[in-house]
Design a protein around this ligand. Structure first.
Ligand code: CAA
Length: 496
C-alpha cells in the first residue's frame, strides 16, 4: 500500500520530530493530541525546528511553507480516519497505549497500518488487544527524530507476512535506515544504550567520578557524540527510567536495575532538558575554569614506572617532548611518580613497589587527547594535582578515576561491549545490525563491534575478568562468545 497520509498520535518532542520526518518525505500528516496545550506546543516545536533549518540555509522559506502545509493539527482521533498509517508516540504506559490503539481500531480503515513508537514495551501485547493484530508493528525512531537515521522495525509473532518489509521500504523513503528485529524489550539500541547510561549514572551516584569526567570519558575517550549523563538529560530521565524498568522486568540483573538516583531525580521533577534540570542545568551556566585554586606546578622531573610496554614508551616520549626530564630511578626524590597504567591492572602494587606511593598516580592514555589520572588509596592531593598539571602540559584533557578495573573509560566501555556480544550470542541481532543501530540511532562514530575489535578482544576480556573478580557481579562476566573469539584471535567485524 502506498502511504500518502499518516496520523501521528501524541505531539510531545518525539511526536513533533516524527511528524516532521513524514512531512519532509512529502507525506501528509494529521498531528493528533487530545491535550490542546501539548498539541500547540508540539506544533510550535515543529515550527521552530523548520525555522532553524531555514536559518541554517538547509531549507528554503517556500519549502518550509509547503512542509507546514502538509501537517494538520487535530484534537480528536476522528481525523485519523483517512490515514494509511497511524503511529502512536505517547508516554511508555501500556494501558495508555492500549487505549489509543482501541481508538485507532475504531476510527481507522481496516487496512490501515497501526504502528507504535514504543521504546521498550511489548508490541505483541499492544497488537494482541487490537481487532487486526497482523497490521500492527513497532516503528521506533530515535531522538532527535529528524536527525538520527535509524528506525527499528519490530515485528511480532502476530505481524502479517510482508508488513515488516513494507515498513522497511517506508523507512527508506523517509531517508532512514531500517533494522528489522523481533519483539524483545528495548529491541537493539535501547537494550544496549540504557544499561550503559544506567551504569554511568550509578558511577556518578557512587562518587566514582564527577558528572563532567564521566561525560568527557565518553566523548574524548570513546569518541561518542554525547556523554551518558548529558544523553540521559536529552532522552529524559523519566523515559529512561520506564525503559529500564521494562528491561529489568524482562532480563533481570544489575545492568537494568535503575540506579536509585534516576528514580529520585525523576520523582523530584528533574527529568532533564525538557524540565530545565537533570544531571545538568539548562540552559547551561557559562563555564569557568577558575576554581579559585592556584594551578599546581608541572614537575621539572618525573619518575616514570612501567612494564616497558608501548604505553610506557609513549608516555616517556610525550613527557620528554614537552621538555621535562624523565627518570626511571625510583630513588630519585621527584614530586611525581607516574605509573604507566593499564586498565586491567591495579596501580597500587606498582606504586608500592616504587617505594613512594604518596607521590604516585597512574596515567592512562585513552582515546584522542584524554588522560585518565588514576589515584590510588595512597596518592596525595598534591600528586594528583601535579599529574593534572602534567597532563595539561602534554596537551591532554584529564579525567580522574579511582584505582579500579577499567579505570573510568574502560568501566563504561567494556560492560557495554559485553552486552553487545551477549545480544549476538543470543542470536537476537547480527554484529552488523548492532553496529548499524548504534551508529545511526545513537550517533556512535563506530559501532560496538568495531570499538571492540579496535580496543582488542584480549584487553576487553582481561578488563571484564578483573571487573568480575573485583565486584562479583555476573553482568561483568565476559560472555563465552567473547572468550572464544579472543582465543581464536577472530575479530567480530572482519571475515573469518
Ligand atoms: N531537532 C531537530 N534537529 C536537531 C536537533 C533537534 N532537537 N538537535 C540538533 N539538530 C540538528 C541541527 O539542526 C543540525 O542540523 P544541520 O547539520 O542540518 O545544521 C544537526 O542536528 C547537528 O546539530 P548540532 O550541530 O547542533 O549538534 P551536534 O553536532 O552536537 O549534534 C546530536 C547533536 C545530533 C544530538 C548529537 O549530539 C548526537 O548524535 N547525539 C546522540 C543522540 C542519541 O544518542 N540519540 C538517541 C537517544 S535514545 C532514543 O532516542 C531512543 C529512545 O527510545 C529513548
Amino acid at each position: 500500500m502506498e502511504i500518502r497520509e499518516v496520523a501521528v498520535v501524541g505531539m510531545g518532542t518525539m511526536g513533533a520530530g516524527i511528524a516532521e520526518v513524514f512531512a519532509r518525505a512529502g507525506i501528509s500528516v494529521v498531528a493528533i493530541d487530545v491535550d490542546a496545550q501539548a498539541l500547540s506546543r508540539g506544533m510550535a516545536a515543529l515550527d521552530a525546528s523548520l525555522a532553524r533549518a531555514v536559518s541554517r540555509g538547509k531549507l528554503t522559506s517556500s519549502e518550509q511553507a509547503q512542509l507546514l502545509g502538509r501537517v494538520r493539527a487535530a484534537a480528536g482521533f476522528g481525523d485519523a480516519a483517512g490515514a494509511d498509517l497511524a503511529i502512536e508516540v505517547v508516554p511508555e504506559r501500556l494501558e495508555v497505549k492500549r487505549q489509543i490503539f482501541a481508538e485507532l481500531d475504531r476510527v481507522c480503515r481496516p487496512d490501515a497500518i497501526l504502528a507504535s513508537n514504543t521504546s521498550s514495551l511489548s508490541v505483541t501485547s499492544i497488537a494482541a488487544g487490537t481487532k487486526n493484530p497482523g497490521r500492527v508493528i513497532g516503528l521506533h525512531f530515535f531522538n532527535p527524530a529528524p536527525v538520527m537515521r535509524l528506525v527499528e522495525v519490530v515485528s511480532t509473532v502476530l505481524t502479517a507476512d510482508g508488513l515488516p518489509g513494507e515498513i522497511a521500504s517506508l523507512a527508506r523513503r523517509l531517508s532512514k535506515t531500517p533494522v528489522q528485529v523481533s519483539d524483545r524489550a528495548g529491541f537493539v539500541a535501547n537494550a544496549l544504550l540504557l544499561p550503559y547510561l544506567n551504569h554511568a549514572a550509578s558511577l556518578f551516584e557512587r562518587g566514582y567520578a564527577t558528572a563532567e569526567d564521566i561525560d568527557v570519558a565518553a566523548t574524548a575517550g570513546l569518541g561518542l557524540p554525547m556523554g551518558p549523563l548529558a544523553l540521559l538529560d536529552l532522552i529524559g530521565l523519566d523515559t529512561s527510567l520506564s525503559v529500564l524498568d521494562v528491561l529489568h522486568t524482562e532480563f533481570g540483573g544489575s545492568r537494568y536495575m535503575p540506579t536509585p538516583l534516576l528514580r529520585r531525580l525523576t520523582e523530584a521533577g528533574r527529568t532533564g532538558r525538557k524540565a530545565g534540570r537533570g544531571f545538568y542545568t539548562y540552559p547551561a551556566a557559562p563555564q569557568t575554569s577558575d576554581n579559585g585554586n592556584e594551578p599546581a606546578a608541572v614537575p621539572a622531573t618525573v619518575t616514570l614506572v612501567g612494564l616497558g610496554d608501548a604505553a610506557e614508551t609513549e608516555l616517556a616520549s610525550m613527557i620528554a617532548a614537552a621538555g621535562l626530564n624523565v627518570t626511571r630511578n625510583t630513588g630519585h626524590p621527584t614530586d611525581l611518580v607516574v605509573i604507566a597504567a593499564a586498565p586491567e591492572r591495579p596501580v597500587l602494587p606498582e606504586a608500592l613497589a616504587a617505594g613512594r606511593p604518596g607521590q604516585a598516580v597512574g596515567l592512562h592514555l585513552a582515546g584522542s587527547g584524554l588522560a585518565e589520572v588514576v589515584r590510588t588509596a595512597l596518592s596525595t592531593e598534591a600528586a594528583v594535582a601535579a599529574a593534572d598539571a602534567l597532563a595539561s602540559r602534554l596537551g591532554l584533557q584529564a579525567v580522574h578515576s579511582p584505582d579500579r578495573p577499567g579505570f573510568l573509560v574502560g568501566a563504561l566501555l567494556y560492560p557495554h561491549l559485553a552486552d553487545a556480544v551477549r545480544m549476538v550470542q543470543d542470536c537476537y541481532a547480527s554484529a552488523a545490525d548492532v553496529d548499524t543501530a548504534m551508529r545511526l540511532g545513537c550517533g556512535y562514530p563506530q559501532g560496538p563491534f568495531h570499538l571492540l575489535d579496535k580496543a582488542g578482544l584480549r584487553q576487553a576480556l582481561d578488563v571484564l575478568r578483573a571487573m568480575y573478580a573485583e565486584y562479583g557481579d555476573p553482568a561483568f562476566a565476559p560472555p563465552p562468545l567473547l572468550a572464544e573469539h579472543a582465543v581464536a584471535s577472530l575479530g567480530f567485524t572482519s571475515a573469518p
